[in-house]
Design a protein around this ligand. Structure first.
Ligand code: NAP
Length: 252
């Protein structure tokens, strides 16, 4: 029932985790997909192969989203081949540890450059062509940390909180152009991002028990809500934060 037939999507950080699951699901729904990666070329190529097996086109770019020039070049190359980008999923991000007082300026700045500036660069590069076509879908991947905060990850939480206000601002600014801007806010997800902390079995069990639905979801459980927000079923939704956290944080 959900179809992205004929649509073209750019999914940042599509090589692994939530971005990978979203890329493959979008392709299953009939969309062509462009993805970028930072260092994991092989993983990105495997996603491309998976998408090709679904008879959809996939373009792969090595592009650091924190670098404006990388993002501009990538979007230019996409627009040389496609007549537009219908859907932008701002997914690429990092999650590092930072204790206030000890956290270096570089740790703080790195998170802001990737998690926030990267989204700005991608929106800046893609929105003009969406405006021209008078349609578009932007989905930003935020986090429960945005609304609840996260001790020892205040830089991460601040970057994700900014994505919520960016989403709401752009939703109103771009609505006259038929562009919908929404956010998903996942809780814990079983991806490489959390692999290190989940090595501690007690910690993992504690996380699982803190989630009312009692499970740590695979990335596919976030890809589904992203697909919904990129579909016509969500045509009257903009400026929304869709929590995907098994009931663990009930505010937005
Ligand atoms: P992941 O498995 O670590 O994958 C991160 C992806 O982002 C990879 O594709 C990586 O590329 C890419 N990336 C990182 N820095 C980049 C940069 N500077 N330029 C371009 N690409 C870059 O992470 P994930 O768990 O799927 O997370 C995806 C998003 O969900 C992030 O925004 C994260 O904050 C958010 N999120 C995750 C969780 C969770 O529990 N996992 C919870 C809430 C929100 P390479 O493959 O080349 O490294």
């Amino acid at each position: 029932m959900i179809s992205l037939e004929g649509r073209k999507a750019l999914i940042t950080g599509g090589s692994r985790g939530i971005g990978k699951a979203t890329s493959l699901l979008f392709a299953r729904a009939g969309s062509d997909v462009a993805i970028n990666y930072l260092s994991q070329r092989q993983a990105a190529e495997e996603v491309k192969e998976g998408i090709s097996n679904l008879d959809q086109e996939c373009m792969v770019f090595k592009a650091d989203i924190s670098q404006k020039s990388d993002v501009i070049l990538m979007v230019e190359k996409i627009l040389e081949r496609w007549d537009g980008i219908d859907i932008l999923v701002n997914n690429a991000g990092i999650w590092t540890y930072g204790e206030m007082g000890d956290m270096s300026e570089e740790i703080w700045a790195e998170t802001m450059r990737i998690n926030l500036d990267g989204v700005f660069h991608a929106c800046s590069a893609v929105v003009p062509s969406m405006k021209e076509k008078k349609k578009g879908w932007i989905i930003n991947v935020s986090s429960t940390a945005a609304v609840r905060g996260e001790a020892f990850h205040s830089h991460y939480a601040a970057s994700k909180g900014a994505l919520v206000s960016l989403t709401k601002s752009l939703a109103v600014e771009l609505a006259p152009f038929g562009i919908r801007v929404n956010c998903v806010a996942p809780g814990w997800v079983d991806t490489d991002m959390c692999a290190e902390v989940f090595k501690n079995a007690d910690f993992r069990r504690g996380v699982q028990e803190s989630i009312p639905l009692g499970r740590i979801p695979p990335p596919e459980d976030v890809a589904g809500p992203i697909l919904f927000l990129a579909s016509d079923l969500a045509r009257h939704i903009t400026g929304e934060v869709l929590n995907v956290n098994g009931g663990s944080v009930l505010c937005s």
